[in-house]
Design a protein. Structure first.
Length: 360
């Protein structure tokens, strides 16, 4: 006997014929006996009705509150669409896959879990290897759906499962999250009386792809929530660690920090007149200090800089032009080997402080 099978592939659905009212098709699907395309005339209308039902099912899956709930909801939602009469979801772990849930829908569109219908040697206890030549192994490897039209004669099916499920034909599609196959969706119509087609295979693939995307989305939402809770915890801990501060007491400021902060202050505002009183020992420096290389005028300029004076204030204090002040500053930086004014002031304050300490 010739084996009947449909090769694994991804042929696109044939273009559906135009419909006047997609909502009407959906209502027709819901009113039908079991599958959403039983009483529709053309194949195009049948596929359109099936698409409408599957999109509604994917919306239900997308609203699941967690990644685990997404996978639990998927087979139930697909069975509820009545595109297939029976749906099985299996988890893929490493090099094996095992059935996790089986749902069936009756003529009244009542969905029930059927995995408990096998009390002895239950289907969910199976650990099936992803090994060649099994169809599922090829589906996982290539991440493509498959259609089996004659399971009784097909050598690539897992025979114990086919016999327990009493199925003669089925479609299977991988659920992919990121770049990993996390599950398999099997579906069939054992009592419908009409054969499955490539359209059913591609419809199942579309649904499985949607489940994978919904699972990824749920993972991201869960991860963001964990990060949000972590940040909130850190902030709460930081607030709790702050001791009570007397806001009425003055906060002492370091003189050199204030001077450094005002060095690059904008000079556009009219500066107040600064009267600089040079400390008696401010220019007394160690013989080994680089400050000894400065002229008395340059040391005076550097002292004024350390007090926080701007170029305009220096020019006013020394009664010289601002260009002259800039020239003095340039020579000071060169002699001290400083890259900027802040470095020169820091060196000046450090050297004069050391001299003051030695005098004590």
């Amino acid at each position: 006997m010739t084996t009947k099978e449909h090769p694994i592939g991804t042929e696109l659905l044939s273009r559906s014929s135009s419909t006047d009212d997609p909502k009407l098709l959906s209502e027709q699907a819901i009113a039908s006996d079991c599958t959403p395309h039983r009483d529709l005339a053309s194949p195009g209308e049948q596929i359109s009705a099936a698409l409408t039902a599957l999109l509604a099912s994917l919306a239900t899956v997308r609203d699941a509150p967690s990644p685990a709930a997404t996978l639990e909801c998927a087979p139930h939602a697909l069975a509820e669409s009545a595109v297939f009469q029976r749906v099985m979801y299996s988890q893929v772990r490493g090099s094996t896959w095992s059935p996790d849930a089986i749902y069936g829908v009756d003529g009244q569109r009542h969905v029930s879990m059927q995995i408990e219908c096998y009390p002895t040697d239950r289907v969910e206890d199976l650990q099936i290897p992803l090994a060649s030549p099994l169809v599922e192994a090829e589906v996982v490897r290539r991440r493509l759906p498959a259609l089996i039209l004659d399971a009784d004669q097909e050598a690539r099916v897992y025979r114990p499962l086919v016999e327990r499920m009493r199925t003669s034909e089925y479609v299977v599609a991988p659920v992919v999250a990121g770049s990993v196959v996390i599950g398999l969706l099997h579906a069939d119509r054992p009592t419908d009386g009409r054969p499955l087609t490539a359209a059913h295979r591609d419809l199942l693939r579309m649904f499985a792809d949607g489940v994978g995307l919904s699972y990824e989305r749920a993972l991201l939402v869960e991860r963001i929530e964990r990060q949000r809770q972590y940040v909130l915890g850190v902030c709460d801990a930081a607030v709790g660690s702050v001791t009570t501060t007397d806001m009425t007491s003055p906060i002492p400021l370091r003189a050199n920090a204030a001077a450094t902060a005002s060095i690059d202050a904008p000079e556009s505002a009219p500066p107040p007149r600064v009267r600089h009183t040079k400390p008696a020992h401010a220019t007394e420096v160690r013989d080994s200090s680089r400050l000894t290389t400065l002229t008395s005028r340059e040391r005076e300029v550097l002292g004024l800089l350390a007090s926080g004076a701007t170029n305009a204030q220096l020019a006013d204090q020394l009664t010289v032009a601002e260009s002259t002040v800039k020239s003095h500053v340039k020579h000071i930086l060169h002699k001290l080997g400083a890259t900027n004014r802040a470095a020169a002031i820091s060196y000046y304050l450090r050297e004069t402080r050391d001299v003051n300490r030695s005098r004590r």
